[in-house]
Design a protein around this ligand. Structure first.
Ligand SMILES: Nc1ncnc2c1ncn2[C@@H]1O[C@H](COP(=O)(O)OP(=O)(O)OP(=O)(O)O)[C@@H](O)[C@H]1O
Ligand SMILES: [Mg+2]
Length: 258
């Protein structure tokens, strides 16, 4: 469903310095696969999602989504940014409906679905509020609804639960798993939590620090449907330990080289 080949991304900072964010990234995500990406801060995870979403063009390499080269934003992709990025002047409901308006589709028939999504994330009754009247975690939950409103087959999620308290985070994790299971989506999910990655993913991709590269790709063969109870199982612990080892062996190697 998603294929990145030899992706390199270089940014120019405002003082003209060259920042190599990604280098030689190859990645493929199967149809309806759930892939989690973990890696240190600044290794290019958000950049990678923005590339797949067609929001920026790669400096090098090629990206294909559903057999078509990515050359701009696409309607079959929903994205949850690391920051909620809601329009401050629009109500929560209008923010959730915004993708439909931007695509030139009628929003009215989706009003009910928008309210259902808001209810699902615990924002029932907040639809007429402005984003500034919500907490950070509430804004992020509204942004999750916005990514789901047009029921896109592909979801790109950049630490979507980062601003949530631990309990809401667990609830949202289970909701996401059931959405993925019911609606058969392809999901790329960035997280800093190894446990979250193992609980959600079919495959965990570990990236190295800048310039970001794919260090390893570990399959998670735990049975589904997944639940938090699985965390205690030796099979779960063993996959989590492999992901941890992959992250920390790279860090140690980098430290030793310095
Ligand atoms: N628009 C930009 N202009 C200049 N540099 C950028 C830009 N976007 C990202 N970068 C740089 O690219 C690198 C990767 O950034 P990115 O936001 O993708 O990292 P990340 O892995 O998502 O980090 P975090 O885990 O902290 O969110 C960083 O060094 C960042 O400074
Ligand atoms: Mg990021």
């Amino acid at each position: 469903m998603i294929r990145l080949e030899g992706i390199g991304q270089v940014f120019r900072s405002r003082d003209g310095a060259r920042v190599a964010a990604l280098d030689g990234v190859d990645l493929s995500v199967g149809r309806e696969q759930f892939v989690c990406i973990v890696g240190p801060s600044g290794c290019g995870k958000s950049t990678l999602l923005r590339l797949v979403a067609g929001l920026i063009a790669p400096t090098r390499g090629a990206i294909e989504v559903d057999g078509r080269r990515v050359d701009g934003p696409r309607e079959d992709v929903g994205i949850v940014f690391q920051k909620p990025t809601l329009f401050p002047w629009a109500s929560v409901l209008d923010n959730v409906l915004m993708p439909l308006k931007l695509m030139g589709r009628p929003a009215a028939p989706h009003g009910r679905r928008a309210l259902e999504l808001l209810e699902m994330v615990g924002l029932g009754g907040f639809e007429t509020r402005l984003p500034g009247e919500l907490s950070g975690g509430m804004q992020q939950r509204a942004a999750i609804c916005r990514a789901l409103i047009h029921d896109p087959p592909i979801l790109l999620m950049d630490e979507p639960f980062g601003a949530l308290d631990a309990l809401t985070r667990e609830e949202m994790t289970l909701e996401l798993l059931s959405i993925w299971q019911d609606r058969r989506k392809t999901i790329v999910f960035v997280t800093h939590s190894i446990t979250e990655a193992v609980l959600l993913a079919d495959k965990v991709v570990v990236m190295s620090s800048r310039p970001g590269r794919v260090v390893s790709s570990l399959d998670v063969a735990l049975p589904r449907p997944r639940s938090f109870a699985q965390e205690a199982l030796p099979e779960f612990q063993s996959v989590a330990a492999s992901v941890r080892a992959s992250i920390f062996s790279r860090r140690k190697a980098a430290a030793d080289a310095r």
